[in-house]
Design a protein around this ligand. Sequence first.
Ligand code: G1P
Ligand code: ZN
Length: 546
Amino acid sequence: MTIQTIATTPFAGQRPGTSGLRKKVTEFQQPGYLENFVEAIFLTLGALGEVQGRTLVLGGDGRYFNRQAIQTILRMAAAHGVGRVLVGRGGILSTPAVSCVIRKRAALGGIVLSASHNPGGPDGDFGIKYNIDNGGPAPEKITDAIYEHTKTLSSYRISDAGPVDLDSIGSIRLEGMEVEVIDSVADYAELMAGLFDFDAIRALFQRGFTMRFDGMHAVSGPYAKAIIEGMLGAPAGTVVNAEPLEDFGGHHPDPNPVNAAELIALMDGPDAPDFGAASDGDGDRNMIVGRKLAVSPSDSLAIIAANATVAPGYRDGIKGIARSMPTSQAADRVANALGVSCFETPTGWKYFGNLLDAGLATLCGEESYGTGSMHIREKDGVWAVLFWLNLIAATGKSVNEIVQEHWARFGRNYYSRHDYEAVDAGAANAMMEALRGKLESLAGQTLGDFRVQLADDFTYTDPVDNSVSSRQGVRIVMTDGSRIVLRLSGTGTEGATVRLYLERYEADPARHNLDTQQALAPLIAIAEQVSGLKARTGREQPSVVT
Ligand code: G1P
Ligand code: ZN
């Protein structure tokens, strides 16, 4: 075994976004492409004086190229003097599990291999992300430094050792480094057992409560199987599509009513179990479904917050809630009732890190099926499902009863997101520019039945470090709290994706069971009138409505 220095030419466009570097598998397969980015990570950590002898966590969602990338990263880690790498067995670690293991083992950080909910397989996407010692995604100053290195480096260091056996638990030496293959689930399962009332949930299943968890052939399957079937005693077969596949079985591993159509059909039909749930490619997203009812993620956050104390890990109450700006204001109403703060952050989980670290928020969530808490620094799909199980076990109520009672108490925030995917980037940018140009004149205007109270491009000032993030999405807020939000996706890999978010508040319980799109129709019309979305993108309909 020797360590080699291999000459390379920097690759253009290796700028990590809010979720790390996400590209087509074919791009990652170019000689030196992955190596360039990994070298840039080690150069960045090295410049901080942090690599030698330290521990890193490494794993991914099992998608195509996962194993190969892990072998490369291990050989490069060894060449850079890393002391020890903890790798999930078979290369498998969900994103929340990486965050958990980093924190539990006091590691320097971790490398997550995933493109989250983006399709996998040879023609799909791959991704790589660096997480720091708090278990959360690296802050911008680190991702910027990584990017700068990718532009200037001229070589990378790698050991020429052969592949490591990733399938047997135990320790192996690679150059001077220890590779420890760990159980992918154990640390995470132990954390969950400390947060939730597993006895109560076990008793719930013993009473005949039925559930289906759809792993979508992605990474959360093994976690759900080990915890829900193994530790909580749900009958075998409760977790379906539990085996992570390199191409996710050809499906889109994004839990929403469109992609998890099979689960929704089951929950709408005569054989529906009591509870349905699904998670995404890397296990950080969740969808909660009752009989004939998919719970909106914004409502789920609010309901978890309103009932937090049923779970032992939150028995003492919550310090605050944080939600991304486009997420509905349902959580704000709960925060208000509890007398705690509700923070409004830009889209992307990384903005929650400072609030959680500073103890300002306990729970956080995004409308994009992401919910989580201070227990780790990523959103957490299985955690959200376990919270709901704990809530059902503690109250003896169905998902429907819990949701209806929540609306009756706090009012209902009708909510929907319309995505226009893979549209022409120039046209999408031009639309956003035109909108920004109009904002000042919109304030105070009457639009249909609404009056505009505020129209701006959201700017966030982090209350902990005072950093400012501007141009985070155009919002048009009406005097009754209804909102229209428009922004461009930062995670798409094809053209541009326009996201239109719509929200309308309804206090009257007699009007809590309208069709969501109908309830939002007046706002949809105003959004079109103000943005000219259809003409600009050449699309008559959104690609996905959630
Ligand atoms: C999307 C979601 C956002 C989430 C991100 C990463 O980002 O909208 O809430 O944090 O994926 O999972 P977007 O494509 O909208 O930039
Ligand atoms: Zn994800």
